[in-house]
Design a binder for this molecule. Structure first.
Ligand code: NDP
Length: 480
């Protein structure tokens, strides 16, 4: 029997994607470097669909119908190149190699070019939703050639998450575009979690709301325009009582957040394409600060915890909680606006014609940032490109909401600063918004200083041209 697709790399993600494919009626050839994983998968789940057991890449390739489709799901980095090296001599023109792991988009671009030169398709696919999503329907963001999507697309769409009958999968753009979009998704995920954390801290530190009570608040918020998977599970985590101590589990967990790198990649790439993703970058830095446990302990010893615990409860009652909800919504909107802007900048840099409406549609189910808000974002980016808003904050769907949130957002940021509760994304998002709307920025002075010490020149508001002031001479102005 010839198989529709081969999967190599059968750890949790590869195994679950293979099962998802088989459950959807595809015959799936299985391969793993160590055959024990293949056998374990067949033993536990072999009855879920049609599988072909193989022990080598040669057998895997021989078992596939043409054009062959080989899905690589091994550890990201050098192992992907090692598998590609082994596969290349076995494949023929037109075959499709798919990397659905968390590869860095530049590596995907490099691999795509390498395989394209040999007449093969290389498709970097962003997959979000963790192991559960891989099994039951992830959000899928495929890159690679449009031609490869004609054969591969229907398969991916069949195993993708379903949002009211629509698959959360569509071709996003050439070479590394799929992995790039997944990376930005993860960046937004960082910001989404950070703003939730800031809301939690403010409600705890200032309004005195214990985790279980906050669980109820988040449950209530999940019926508002904040409705999302992350808000839903926040309620569950906050309400969870630790079996060992009887305390809220969140109070027992070490307050040091890990990171696997995609948030950092997003921030680095944003710096490279010149896109100000302050919410994402601040979220990455917030995790870094949380990890500096020794330094934090020492600083706490020297300066003590800065939070003013004498803040009167009445000052931070239910109205404050509602203010926090609005600050959270506005900051979250900024994170999405910045992420979308970054995609546009990257599209220009790397030659991708990214469709923001389509991208928002992919994130509506199966992935971690799934949220009702994405439907509204789709509406904001619907229509002819020349008529789309320059930034999500300018979309008519959001301008009124932002105006309504603004006073609350300012009150929350002010209260955080006054009482010593760190709220880096709430405050930097507000600064971003204020910077965008400002008539003039102090960048004029920056240009003056740059011209003073480095003759970097400046432009004038009243006359065309580039100018330099002779700061060390007679201070007259010359045209540069
Ligand atoms: P791992 O990242 O733990 O990788 C283990 C797999 O890679 C095993 O099958 C292993 O084979 C294989 N492998 C490692 N080195 C080599 C090599 N040199 N040659 C051949 N095979 C090798 O697996 P996961 O399932 O956790 O993740 C797979 C990919 O999916 C990764 O890119 C990961 O980052 C990504 N991922 C994505 C998630 C998401 O939500 N989208 C969540 C988790 C992971 P062996 O059994 O022989 O050791």
């Amino acid at each position: 029997m010839s198989a529709d697709i081969g999967v190599t790399g059968l750890a949790v993600m590869g195994a679950n994607l293979a099962r998802n494919l088989a459950r959807n009626g595809y015959t799936v050839s299985l391969h793993n470097r160590s055959v024990e994983r293949t056998d374990a998968l067949l033993e536990a789940h072999g009855s879920e669909g049609e599988f072909v057991r193989t022990e080598s890449l040669v057998q895997l390739v021989e078992s596939l119908e043409r054009p062959r489709r080989v899905l690589i799901m091994v550890k990201a980095g050098a192992p992907v190149d090692a598998v590609i090296d082994d596969l290349l001599p076995l494949l023929d023109e037109g075959d499709i190699v798919i990397d659905a792991g968390n590869s860095f988009f530049e590596e995907t671009r490099r691999r795509e070019e390498r395989l394209r030169e040999k007449g093969l398709h290389f498709v970097g696919v962003g997959v979000s939703g963790g192991e559960e999503g891989a099994l039951n329907g992830p959000s899928i963001m495929p890159g690679g050639s449009e031609e490869s999507y004609r054969t591969l697309g229907p398969m991916l769409e069949k195993i993708a998450a379903d949002y009211h009958g629509e698959p959360c999968c569509t071709w996003v753009g050439t070479d590394g575009a799929g992995h790039y979009v997944k990376m930005v998704h993860n960046g937004i995920e960082y910001a989404d979690m950070q703003v939730i954390g800031e809301a939690h801290d403010l409600m705890r530190s200032l309004a005195g709301l214990e985790p279980a009570a906050q669980g109820e608040v988040f449950r209530e918020w999940n019926t508002t325009d904040l409705a999302s998977y992350l808000i839903e599970i926040t309620a569950e985590v906050l309400e969870h009582e630790d079996e060992r101590t009887g305390r809220p589990l969140v109070d027992v967990i070490v307050d040091s957040a890990g990171q696997k790198g995609t948030g950092r990649w997003t921030a680095i790439s944003a710096l490279e394409v010149g896109s100000p993703v302050t919410a994402i970058a601040e979220s990455v830095f917030a995790r870094s600060i949380s990890s500096q446990r020794e330094l934090r302990a020492e600083t706490n010893r020297v300066f003590s915890d800065g939070v003013d615990s004498t803040a009167a409860d009445e000052e931070f009652g239910p109205e404050f909680v509602e203010d926090v909800r609005k600050a959270l919504y506005a900051s979250k909107l900024v994170a999405y606006a910045q992420g979308m802007d970054m995609l546009v900048a990257a599209g220009e840099e790397f030659g991708w014609d990214l469709d923001l409406k389509e991208i928002a549609s992919l994130w509506r189910a199966g992935c971690i940032i799934r949220a009702d808000l994405l439907d509204t974002i789709m509406k904001a980016f619907d229509g002819e490109s020349s008529r789309l808003p320059k930034n999500l904050l300018l979309a008519e769907e959001f301008t009124e909401a932002l105006n309504e949130c603004l006073p609350a957002w300012r009150r929350v940021v002010a209260a955080a600063a006054e009482h010593g509760v760190p709220a880096p994304v709430f405050s930097s998002s507000l600064a971003y918004y204020d910077s965008l709307r400002r008539d003039r920025l102090p960048a004029a002075l920056t240009q003056g200083l740059r011209d003073y010490f480095g003759a970097h020149t400046y432009q004038r508001t009243d006359v065309e041209g580039t100018f330099h002031t002779l700061w060390s001479g007679d201070r007259g102005e010359v045209e540069a």
